[in-house]
Design a protein around this ligand. Structure first.
Ligand SMILES: [Zn+2]
Length: 425
């Protein structure tokens, strides 16, 4: 063997992690619009003043009604993950599930892993049900308990399929390459994230919604022309039957290149005049034009690869292994430990992810304003979105910083006003 001066897998892993983190920082620095300060607070407050106080109060009451369940689910999810991962409980659960199969490693890896996730899901299920009850009470959901349950089972099934593939792949690699699995695992995680971001919209969306091409007419022509002006080729405009589950309105652009299509909720078409629909679609075209999905996929893939290497390095800590009652982080019985570490990392990373998302969304808003040149329709649409989606137009600062994926309604209205002033100048 070597002279003792060769680098160990652990040293390589440290080096790889450093390189991946540097790449992630560089990609974020280059691709995320850093310098996009929010519209002046004075404009925001002026916008807030013009909103219907009853609607503002309703949005705030709705947010307050959802809060206990939302944070309850977060807390219970964390406690369950820590209990299963940092005590031998999770490892025992994995062993228990594998026992009827003669402790076969595939059964432990796949069925044991899924059982751990299922336990966490079931314990947070009451919060999900509570959420649905609140959303239905406020009239935002049009779905009964039957439809809600069917959706829940469908999403469990989708997660189980993806989870089984990931678990089987991961533990096959840890067995085949006990010293270097982190390198293959990191590459595999990056590939999985990339595949999911391309495949999920195509394979999973139709499980939950039906999509029909928008009938030829002035609106379809206008939307296609908008995409054309923007230089974003679009294959078709589809209408999603979102009304079967919600009154909320939305639109998005999915697919790449020749498969790209604009998807509009039927609720949006029912509620908003054409100029406002155009404003929403122009925002979505902004995401397509700035390649926000590709950026998200790239940073997601780098983040996932870095996470696998970090888990390997952290997982060789004797204290964690002892706490979890396992010998190695690479065995299926250590899956609950990995899940606990990922859960904690997710909670810690949430504010940074939310900040990146808000910056990207603000850029898409600016794109929509420039493309349509219609700040009045943009502002009217923001008011309508806020009212129909029961949003709090100006949410509490701490909650906004922790998890708001979009600028607030008053920020978006203020951005339209700032744009109008700039054009009028
Ligand atoms: Zn957006």
């Amino acid at each position: 063997m070597g002279t003792g001066h060769g680098m160990t897998p652990r040293a390589w892993a440290g080096l790889t992690l450093g390189a991946l983190v540097l790449l992630l920082v560089a990609a974020t620095a280059l691709l995320v619009p850093w310098h996009r300060p929010p519209a002046p607070r004075v404009d925001q407050l002026a916008a807030l003043d013009e909103l219907d106080p009853a609607e503002v109060a309703r949005g705030r009451a709705f947010a307050a009604a959802l809060r206990p369940g939302g944070y309850g689910a977060l807390a219970v999810g964390l406690v369950v993950a820590l209990l299963l991962g940092l005590t031998p409980l999770g490892a025992k659960l994995v062993s228990l599930v594998g026992r009827p199969f003669g402790d076969n490693w595939i059964a432990q890896a796949v069925l044991g892993g899924l059982a751990v996730v299922l336990v966490a899901d079931l314990l947070t299920l009451p919060f999900a049900a509570w959420r649905h009850a609140v959303v239905a009470r406020y009239g935002l959901s049009t779905q009964g308990w039957g439809g809600w349950t069917v959706d829940l089972l469908k999403s469990y099934a989708v997660s189980a399929v993806i989870g089984a593939v990931a678990l089987l792949g991961f533990y096959t690699v840890t067995r085949l390459a006990p010293r270097w699995w982190w390198a293959f695992g990191a590459a595999g995680a990056a590939v999985l994230v990339t595949l999911l971001s391309f495949i999920l919209p195509v394979l999973v969306e139709p499980i939950f919604n039906r999509f029909t091409p928008m009938e030829p007419g002035p609106l379809r022509t206008e939307l296609m022309a908008l995409a054309d002006t923007d230089g974003v080729p679009v294959k078709d405009v589809l209408v999603a039957d979102a009304s079967r589950r919600t009154r909320a309105v939305n639109a998005y652009v999915s697919g790449f290149g020749p498969t790209r299509r604009i998807v509009v909720y039927d609720t949006l078409l029912r509620e908003a005049p054409p100029a406002e629909v155009a404003s929403v679609v122009a925002h979505e075209l902004g995401h397509a034009k700035d390649r926000d999905v590709l950026t998200g996929t790239l940073t997601g893939a780098l983040g996932a690869a870095a996470a696998v290497v970090a888990l390997y390095l952290l997982g060789s800590s004797g204290a964690l292994l002892r706490a979890a009652g396992v010998d190695s982080v690479a065995e299926p019985r250590a899956f609950p430990l990995l899940l606990a570490l990922v859960t904690v990392a997710g909670l810690v990373a949430a504010p940074a992810q939310a900040w990146v998302s808000r910056q990207v969304e603000a850029r898409a808003d600016a794109h929509a304003l420039a493309l349509t040149g219609d700040p009045a329709a943009f502002e009217a649409m923001q008011r309508r979105l806020s009212s129909l989606n029961l949003a709090d137009p100006d949410p509490p600062r701490w909650e906004y910083l922790y998890r708001a994926s979009h600028p607030s309604t008053v920020e978006r209205m203020a951005a339209a006003r700032a744009y109008a002033r700039g054009v009028g100048r």
